[in-house]
Design a protein. Sequence first.
Length: 361
Amino acid sequence: MTGTDPGHGDVLALRCNALGDHLMATPALAALRTRFPNAHLVLVGAPWHARFLAGRPGPVDEVAVLPRVDGLAGQPADAPDAAELPAFLARLRARGPALALQLHGGGAAANPLVSAFGAATTAGLRAPGAPPLDRTVPYRYYQAEASRLLEVTALVGADGPPEYPRLAVLDHERGAAAAVLPGPGPWVALHAGATGPRRRWPAQRFADEAAHAAAAGARPVLAGGPDECALTAAVAAALPAGTGVRDLAGATGLGTLAGVLERCAAIVANDSGPLHLARAVGTPTVGLYWCGNVINAGPTRRATDRPLLAWTVHCPACGADCTPVGNPHRPGEGCTHRPSFLGDIPVAEVVAELADLLGTA
C-alpha cells in the first residue's frame, strides 16, 4: 500500500541509536526526502544527532531529541530523562504530523511510541508479538539493514538505492582534519574498536597491518573515540620500533573524524561507526566482520568496499555454539565469554585488499 502524501506537513522518522545505525538509515531518509520534497522531515533521534546534523546539508530538516524510553534498545546514555517523555510526545502530537515511521527495530517498545506521535499514518517494522502499526514490514534479524529500512519507506511510496548517500563534510571539519593530518599522504586509517570485544580484530593484527602499510609507503593513522585510547595504545605499542603512526583516539570530535576519514586513502576497520562513516564520505574500506554481522551491515559494492569475513561460530574460550539457534532476538550470544571472533581473518588478506584499493598490489 502506497500513496500517502504529507504535502508540507511533518514526516517523523524514529531512529535513535548510534553512528553506524544512523548511517545505515540514510538511504531510507534520502528516499523520504526524494519522495516528499516539500515535507518537513524530522528525525526522532539522540543528542548526538542534533549536534552532528546541525548545519549539515542532508535529507533531515530537524532533529527531535527523544527522552529515555523504557525497553527501547540502543538509545545513547545521554538521552534526556524519561520524565520528559510525556511533554515531548504532547509537542509532537500538537504538530499534527502526517506520517510517522518506525525505523528502530522489531517494535516491541518502538511501535507504541510511534503510535503515540499522533500521526495520521504510521508505518514500520514489526517482529512477532509487537504491536501493530497502520502498515508494517515483518522484522527478521538477518536482513541488510539499509534494505530493511527501505522496505518500510516503500510502504509510503518512498524507495531508492541501498548505498549510502554522500555525507556532506563541512569546510571547518576539513580544515580541522588537515591540521591533525598535515602534509602529503596517502593516509590510511585503522580503527581497532567496536561495540563488543567479539567484533574486534586483535590489536596485534592491526599493528601488523599498520606496519605493512607503512612499509608500502602509506601513513597509518589510528582512529577512535575517547573510550578507545587503550585499544589504540595497544596497537601502537605492538608496532615495530620506528614505524611512524599518528594516534588520534580521543583527539577528534565526530565532525573532524568525518574530515579525517575523507582525507584518508582507505580505512581498515572492524564493523563499527567509523567504518560506516568512511563509506558515507566516500573513502574505500577494508571491513572486518563476523559472518553474521556482514548480512546486516556489509557494503553492497566491491569497487571501493572489501568486506573480509570471520567464520568462527564456536566460542574460542569454551567451544559453545554462538549461532542464534534458539535465541533469535539476540543472535550470536551463546555464552558469557567475550574473546575476539575475528581471529581467523589473516593479515595477508587484509594487506592484499588494501594494496588493491591503493593501487599498490
